[in-house]
Structure formats: C-alpha cells, structure tokens
Design a protein around this ligand. Structure first.
Ligand code: ATP
Ligand code: MG
Length: 247
C-alpha cells in the first residue's frame, strides 16, 4: 500500500508548484494509473513517492512506514523503474543485478531464480555479461525492470514504463503488472498513453499542472462524460475544462 497525503513540491529554480496538495492511495492488489500531459507533475510525484525528493509539505508512507521517519525501511518495500534508464555504463548487467541484490540482501538462490525469470522474459539473459554501456535504450529499460524485481517487492512503481519497449516486451510487462496485482501487490505507473491506461488500470488519477483533477475507476470517470466516451476524450475534456475555468 502506498499513501501520499497532501503532498506539495516546488523546485527552487522555477518556483512553480510541480505538485500541489496531492493525495494518492494505492491499495494492495490494484494497478493504479497516473495520467497527465507533459510537465503535469507525474515524475515529480513519483520522486516524492520513492523518497528521491523530499516534499515541502505532506507525508508519504509505504506499507504504513513513514518515508520521512524510516526512509530505509520504506524504500525496501518497493521496486522503482525510473523514466531514465541511464545506469552504470561500465558495469556488466550481471554485476549491476548482483549489486542491487546485495543492497537489498537477497540470498543467492532467490536472486538467481528471479534474474533467470525476468531476464528470460525480457530476452536479455544472453547479454547479461555485456557492459551496460553497450545496451540499447530498450535493453537498459528491461534491465531496470529486472533489477526492480530482484527483491520481489510488495509495491512496484514505474515511470512511463512502456516507453521504448518493443511490442512483445511491452505485452510481457503488462502481463507481469497484472500478475503482481493479482497476487495482492500494488502496481503504480505513470503514462500518457491512454489506451494502455484504459486496458490496464483498476483505478487512475489525472494530474495537470501539479493538481490532481480526478481519482477513481474508469467507469466513474465515464459517468462524467457519457459511457461511449473514450478515456482519451474524457482526459482531454477534463484537462481543458480546468484551463477554461482558470481563464
Ligand atoms: N529538476 C527540475 N527543476 C526545475 N523544475 C522542474 C524540474 N523537474 C521538473 N520540473 C518542472 O516541474 C513540472 C512537473 O514536471 P514533471 O517532470 O514532474 O512532469 P511529468 O508529468 O513527469 O511530465 P512528462 O510527461 O513530460 O514526463 C514541470 O513544470 C517541470 O518543468
Ligand atoms: Mg515524467
């Protein structure tokens, strides 16, 4: 379970509130989609959720553990796939995976089994002895996904995970998200690809200019705009409405 309560964050440089008073609760067993246009505050929210950034105000907790009070304990409880898979270029992929497994204290049998499973699924098993610098963008992304699951976390947080993946890998990733949610774990991901959200999420939030405009199921969102509306249409209407209201 992931809980953000009234979280706000401004960047010192711009002074703009990148995230403004955001509440997010991701329950066990659900796939939660985080939607919004470019610059909406998705990545910033995820960085607050994962403790990469500290909020100006508000609280973050993972499985009930407060990020501000017990950061290490909270961080053990999730796997994180960043939107930028730039990793240690000089390490071999296998060395990187072992490093991550060491950090999380994963025993040899478990790490072997998990690396075998996910590296096979994402077709990078045969290149684990190559240096990460030689990997393509998509291969780095798949390595990051594999690394994020080495400690089999109860919470999985992914920032634009489908970007750069080929159709098969993208399909496999979505299957894995479903499988983990079905096992009672949480999956939280950001996207601006509406079709993905429409087919995958149990619940979703829509964020624009740092403010969360909607949280609920797709069915709930559709009651706002007629049941034949696509998520894309509803999304654009919601984002535009807010713009007009401000003007
Ligand atoms: N390091 C930073 N310094 C200053 N401003 C930043 C920084 N990172 C993000 N911002 C600003 O914060 C706001 C939210 O950015 P964020 O990266 O969270 O958006 P996003 O929803 O992830 O967008 P995208 O879909 O393009 O990934 C934007 O106005 C952006 O310009
Ligand atoms: Mg982003």
């Amino acid at each position: 379970m992931i809980e953000l309560s009234r979280v706000s964050k401004s960047y010192a440089k711009s002074g703009v509130k990148a995230v403004n008073d955001a509440d997010v609760t991701v329950k066990n067993g659900e796939i939660f989609g985080f939607l919004g246009p470019n610059g909406a505050g998705k990545t910033t929210t995820i960085k607050l959720m994962t403790g990469v950034l500290k909020p100006d105000s508000g609280t973050v907790s993972i499985d009930g553990i407060d990020m501000a009070e017990r950061a290490l304990d909270a961080k053990r409880r999730f796997g994180y796939v960043t939107d930028n898979p730039e990793l240690f270029a000089r390490l071999k992929a296998s060395e990187y995976l072992n490093f991550v497994a060491d950090v999380y204290g994963v025993d040899t049998a478990d790490r072997r089994e998990r690396v075998e499973r996910y590296a096979s699924l994402f077709e990078i098993k045969d290149v684990l002895n190559a240096s990460i610098g030689s990997y393509s963008h998509g291969m780095k992304q798949k390595l990051l996904v594999t690394a994020s699951l080495v400690h089999d976390p109860d919470n999985w947080i992914l920032d634009e995970p489908m970007v750069g993946l080929d159709p098969r890998s993208s399909f496999n990733l979505k299957e894995l998200m479903r499988e983990r949610a079905a096992a009672g774990k949480t999956v939280f991901f950001s996207t601006h690809v509406m079709e993905v959200a429409e087919r995958l999420c149990d619940r979703l939030s829509i964020i624009n200019k740092g403010a969360i405009l909607f949280t609920g199921t797709l069915a709930e969102l559709k009651t706002r705009g007629g049941s034949d509306s696509s998520l894309e249409k509803l999304f654009l209407e919601l984002v535009d409405d807010k713009e007009e209201a401000k003007a």
